[in-house]
Design a protein around this ligand. Structure first.
Ligand SMILES: [Zn+2]
Ligand SMILES: [Zn+2]
Length: 369
């Protein structure tokens, strides 16, 4: 017997506190779909932007907010007995899941970039009053759409770290896929030391980078960066751009970073990234998603022969790589220190407000157990 109702945090009007409502649980699970009981959902900056109405994408209110969720399978539609990597899925298994892609549009098929699918459906953007209702993370139950990727969580990865892997970490893993190989001689510069920047430091180091430099703030986060493997730490608050440039050149034989990866989200970081990359270097941007603008001289890209790469989101492969990385390295990398405080579903507004005020970095909404 499936449950009839799911308590969920519903957004009906921007900037107004979310109401915890009783939302219908679909009593029919389509072929290929799954129903889950959500254990945890970590909070992402995008949740706050959606709540505040400051996203550029279309949102079909009312919606259930939250998209970094970890759920336990409680219902399996026909043909959904395996995850996206072929592992068997059974009732009780823990999974993370992706937005959908259709597999039959130009971007899915010809461009082979399903993240750009023209018919994608994503969690927390779809109307809660239409079947299958439960397309958001701050909810007791969650519905996995038939076209969504789903990845079984390794037994030794905690619910909280699995949640973190479903948005923040998969975006980092996707960025490394977009980047390509890292040589043992490469200096990698990471811009930003929020959750994504810290995770990127760890992946760059484990991937064999000669040295990893991180530029960010505040001091407490920078201190954590060294525990994630950073060799050189530069405070964006305590140094001038010229001092940072001198420091980067100093450790890279005067050439600059072979690879720069942006997770800072500040438009001003873009020009600094271009300036700190060596001639012929690669630059991946991930965090620049807002409407902010900046001016720069594009000839820097041509004259330095730079490769500029954008990286958006990530598919099932990136979720799986994130989970696998945590399973492999959690004994020596303190991933849990990225997470901040834990709140119950009823306290979701407190968590969102503290995120908005930058008093929280990555709170956890504990929904079950
Ligand atoms: Zn997110
Ligand atoms: Zn498509």
């Amino acid at each position: 017997m499936l449950p009839k109702w799911s308590r969920a945090a519903v957004l009906r009007e921007y900037k107004v506190p979310l109401a915890i409502e009783e939302v219908q649980v679909p009593q029919e699970i389509e072929p290929g779909a799954l129903l889950t009981k959500i254990d945890t959902c970590t909070v992402c900056g995008t949740d706050v932007h959606l709540w505040q109405g400051s996203l550029t994408r279309k949102v079909d209110l009312p919606v259930i907010i939250g998209h970094e969720m970890l759920g336990r399978v409680i219902g399996i539609g026909s043909g959904a007995e395996r995850d996206s990597l072929g592992a068997p899925l059974r009732i009780g298994d823990r999974i993370t899941w992706t937005r959908t892609h259709c597999g039959s549009c130009y971007f899915c098929t010809a461009a082979r970039q399903p993240i750009l699918c023209e018919n994608a459906r994503a969690y927390m953007y779809e109307n809660v009053e239409r079947y299958p209702y439960l397309l958001g993370g701050f909810s007791e139950y969650g519905y996995v759409l038939p076209e969504a990727g789903r990845v079984k969580v390794p037994d030794d990865v905690s619910n909280e770290l699995a949640s973190l892997s479903s948005c923040a970490f998969r975006s980092v893993m996707n960025a490394f896929d977009e980047l390509g190989t890292i040589a043992t001689t490469d200096t990698v510069l990471i811009q930003g030391c929020g959750p994504l920047g810290l995770l990127a430091v760890a992946v760059a180091k484990v991937s064999g980078a000669r040295r990893v430099i991180v530029i960010g703030a505040p001091e407490a986060r920078l201190a954590l960066a060294s525990e994630f493997g950073a060799d050189v730490i530069l405070s964006v608050e305590g140094t001038t751009a010229e001092e940072r440039r001198a420091a980067v050149l100093d450790v890279s034989s005067g050439r600059g970073a072979d690879i720069v990866m942006e997770f800072a989200g500040q438009p001003s970081a873009f020009l600094e990234g271009l300036q700190l990359a060596r001639r012929g270097g690669r630059y991946v941007t991930v965090g620049l998603l807002g409407s902010g603008q900046m001016t720069f001289q594009p000839s820097i890209i041509t004259t330095k022969n730079l490769r500029i790469i954008g990286s958006l989101g990530g598919e099932a492969k990136a979720y799986w790589k994130a989970l696998d990385f945590i399973a492999a390295h959690q004994s020596h990398i303190p991933f849990h220190r990225i997470l901040s405080n834990t709140y119950q579903l009823d306290e979701v507004n407190i968590a969102l407000e503290r995120m908005r005020l930058q008093q929280e970095v990555k709170p956890i909404i504990q929904i079950a157990g």
